[in-house]
Structures are given as structure tokens and as C-alpha cells.
Design a protein. Structure first.
Length: 295
């Protein structure tokens, strides 16, 4: 078989004779788009790339019209990591940190107040948003997500993630309900997956990896899907964020700077609002910045 998948792609597959389904994700251009916008410390860069690959993989089997968000908050050197992946397989990602970021394990990077949240945000306004708390159990992102899927979703999961400056990639295996094929197939699939080196995951294409690992298995391969970087920010949404700032604080910034500039954390697109535009946002009459500051 020849691999017709693009460099940024998601390849889902299914074992015909074992209770296993899986997916491979590779992010090349999309990952480099994220890196081009900010210079991340190596440990933050690796986590961000692995989270992008994990988000693409976890969303592979979701029948969901909206956005899945993986978000970490911390009180340690690592303050925030956010990855979003929507039903159209578009991703965006960003991270924030303070001071020196060492090479300690993820729980230590996040600190005592660290939180890891998985959110499903429907596209329809009236649909209900769902959130799950991912326990910080394990030293790696993959271990934390495996534990979460097993305990919260009752779904045995194996995740292998890797990242360098050119590619972020991952392999996902999930155990299907009993009665689907060879009961030993899950153990065998995981054992073979554990032989996959990070270098192979970062250099081989999807069908090459499947051939390398599972050439003795009956594996059904689905049509590849394209992954891409895309930021959903726009002037209207940024304006809504500006309204949350409050009239008084907005007026203070206008008085000091003459305008308000906001940069998107994900893509660095900058939006500038002058005095008239700020008045319109707050549905005020056209008044001076000094009056707005006193409002």
C-alpha cells in the first residue's frame, strides 16, 4: 500500500480480528505554525506538541460537532497550556510560563495547584458544555490521559506521543468491548506498540508504521483525514473579550494609550480598538476617554 496521507494527517484503523481500534496523528506544518509564533522553552515545547497530537487522536472517534479543549493550569513555572481541536480537525495551541522552566516531571512543572481539564464545547449555543478533570497521575501527558480514559471512561487506552521541532506525532490504541475478536489481541497490540521508537513515530508515515507494527494482523485502514492549524479569533470575538474588561479599566487604558490593543494568544494577530470603537462596544454615546474612564 502507498501512503497518500498529507504531512498533517489523521489515520484511523481497526483490527478485524481483535478488540482494538486506533489512530495515528502527525502534525508537521500545523505544528511549525504554532512554533513560529512564540519561542517556547524545550520542555514546554515538547508538552505542547504532545498535547496537540493527543487532542487530534482523542477527537478521532468522537461523534461531536464542536471543539475539544485540553487545558492545564499551574502555580509552578508552567502556568497555562491550551490545545483546541474541532470537529473539522483544525487545531490551535498556546502556553504560558514564568521564570526558569527546568526538566522536572509535569506535575512538578504545574505545581501544587495544577489542574488538567478536558472540555467538550458544542458548536450550538444551546447545547451543554461538558468537562472532565484529568488527575495528575503519572509523570507524562500520555500516562495521565491513559489513566483518565481507563477510570473515567472505562476505556483501556494506550498512547504513545513524540515531538521535535519539525513534527508532533502520536499513536492511539483503544480496547473495544469484549466479544469483538481475539481476546488476546489487545495485549498483543499494546506489546507491539511499545516497540515503536520515538524516532520512528517522528519520521515514518502512517501506513509505514502500521506495516512495521502489525503486518501479521488483519488491519482495516480508513480514509485519511487532514489536520491543520487554524485560529478562530476575529474582531467580533476579541471585542466581546474587551467588554469583559470593564468600562472603567478600558477608559484608563484609552486615557494612557489613546487606543486598546489586544493580541491573540494563539496566533499573535493584533486587534486595535480606538476610542469610537470602544464606545460602540459598551453601547455608550460618543464621549471622551476621560469621561469613559470615570464612567
Amino acid at each position: 500500500m502507498s501512503d497518500t496521507r498529507s504531512c498533517d494527517g489523521l489515520q484511523r484503523f481497526l483490527f478485524d480480528e481483535a478488540p482494538v481500534r486506533g489512530a495515528l496523528a502527525s502534525l508537521d506544518d500545523a505544528w511549525r505554525q504554532v512554533l513560529s509564533r512564540r519561542d517556547y522553552p524545550p520542555v514546554v515545547r515538547t508538552l505542547l506538541g504532545e498535547m496537540m497530537a493527543a487532542a487530534a487522536l482523542l477527537g478521532a472517534n468522537l461523534k461531536f460537532d464542536g471543539t475539544m479543549i485540553l487545558q492545564m493550569h499551574g502555580s509552578g513555572p508552567l502556568r497555562l497550556v491550551v490545545v483546541e481541536c474541532n470537529h473539522e480537525r483544525c487545531l490551535r495551541a498556546t502556553a504560558k510560563w514564568e521564570g526558569e522552566v527546568g526538566t522536572q516531571a509535569l506535575p512538578q512543572l504545574l505545581g501544587a495547584g495544577g489542574r488538567f481539564v478536558l472540555t467538550l464545547e458544542p458548536r450550538l449555543d444551546k447545547a451543554q458544555t461538558w468537562q472532565g478533570i484529568v488527575a495528575l497521575e503519572g509523570d507524562t501527558l500520555a500516562e495521565m490521559l491513559e489513566n483518565y480514559m481507563r477510570r473515567s471512561e472505562q476505556l483501556d487506552t494506550r498512547l504513545i506521543l513524540a515531538c521535535n521541532t519539525q513534527r508532533a506525532a502520536g499513536l492511539l490504541l483503544q480496547r473495544m468491548p469484549d466479544g469483538h475478536g481475539d481476546a488476546d489481541g489487545w495485549t498483543r497490540a499494546c506489546a507491539l506498540a511499545d516497540t515503536l521508537a520515538a524516532e520512528e513515530l517522528l519520521t515514518l508515515e502512517a501506513l509505514q508504521i502500521l506495516q512495521r507494527l502489525y503486518h501479521e494482523e488483519a488491519v482495516r485502514v480508513f480514509e485519511p483525514e487532514t489536520l491543520a492549524f487554524s485560529c478562530t479569533c476575529n474582531r467580533e470575538r476579541v471585542g466581546e473579550m474587551l467588554k469583559m474588561l470593564g468600562v472603567h479599566e478600558a477608559g484608563e487604558i484609552l486615557r494612557e494609550q489613546g487606543s486598546i490593543e489586544i493580541a491573540c494568544d494563539f496566533c499573535n494577530q493584533r486587534y486595535v480598538f480606538d476610542e469610537d470603537e470602544v464606545n460602540q462596544l459598551y453601547q455608550l454615546d460618543v464621549i471622551s476617554s476621560a469621561q469613559l474612564a470615570r464612567h
